[in-house]
Design a protein around this ligand. Sequence first.
Ligand code: FES
Length: 217
Amino acid sequence: MSQDDQEAKSAEELAESIDTGNINRQRRYFLIGATAVVGGLGVVGAAVPFVASWQPSAKARALGAPVRVDISKLRPGEMLGPVPAWRGQPIFVVYRTQETIDWLEQDHEDLLDPESANVDQQPGYAQNAVRAKRPEIGVYVGICTHLGCSPKYYGEVTGDIFTEDWPGGFFCPCHGSRFDLAGRVVKGVPAPDNLPVPPYQYLSDNVLLIGEDEETA
Ligand code: FES
């Protein structure tokens, strides 16, 4: 098995291991339809059929080609599934409600790095309260910054994990790290940093290219 195949397989296995928590699973974690393959290089894996390579150069392919993701069927409160994979990592794409956006833009003293001061964790265009280009769409590497487990998505609050005023977030069951819906980590948990934001750009209103932005293209 080639390295690319191994990476794709490992990402596929990791993506399959991700659960959405106990919040209305059918509604919050839809299987989104397929996107056409572009560039003739084939899909990443059978379990992530909407992810396709996007005309990568040989150098980009060696590093891990960017992936094209259709978000046209994603609705407020949902996370895209099957979870896309880029460079062997799951990518969380969430569609936030206006309530969530309003919450993220308020001050919260319980966040470790609310202003995204650690510049290693996101490109400059995501150094804002929502850590994103568009407030409603969040794109994060779904790997806990503690020891690398993949957090679960909670589209709504459960009081046993988050405080009652939280609009949702990500919870890593391995050692209990919590992140808000902008991937910002809560103080006092093992994870030392916010979830990373990969480079990305919009090819159109409903199509994301993850792994490459206007600056790195
Ligand atoms: S790996 Fe996530 S809390 Fe330890």
